[in-house]
Ligand binder design. Structure first.
Ligand code: 5GP
Ligand code: ZN
Length: 114
């Protein structure tokens, strides 16, 4: 369920509308929006409404809901090539401590590193 949230978490604030975002799709258990520092045009973040810091803390049903939305966003981008990326912990480059999946379109001219 979507019950768990953390008052000090920026992604929980985005879900609640306390921090503005460019929303893409919202469902009962998920929220998705454009990344503020995109690696390519259309770089999206998909998050569970349930506040978990790292992937192993996320209930399976929330994970399934998030992945379905990641797939839907990838389809909606209308682009064949893309990366789905998910970082856990500071050493692995996690900056925001609320589980999130990046959906990063890869246009043919893009020379980005990810
Ligand atoms: P991480 O490195 O934790 O996997 O990725 C965090 C992502 O969140 C980064 O790509 C960063 O640009 C994005 N981000 C951080 N703060 C905000 C915010 O307030 N709004 C939006 N839309 N994206 C954010
Ligand atoms: Zn949170």
């Amino acid at each position: 369920s979507a019950a768990r949230s953390l008052a000090s978490c920026i992604f929980c604030k985005i879900i609640k509308g306390e921090i503005p975002s460019y929303k893409l799709i919202e469902t009962e258990a998920t929220f998705s929006f454009l990344d503020i520092g995109p690696l390519s045009k259309g770089h999206a973040l998909v998050i569970p409404k349930y506040h978990a810091v790292k992937l192993p803390e996320l209930p399976d049903e929330s994970l399934a809901d998030v992945m379905v939305i990641a797939k839907r966003i990838a389809l909606a981008q209308g682009i064949e090539d893309f990366n789905v990326l998910q970082n856990n912990g500071k050493i692995a480059h996690q900056e925001v401590e609320h589980v999130h999946f990046h959906v990063i379109p890869k246009p043919s001219e893009d020379q980005g590193l990810v």
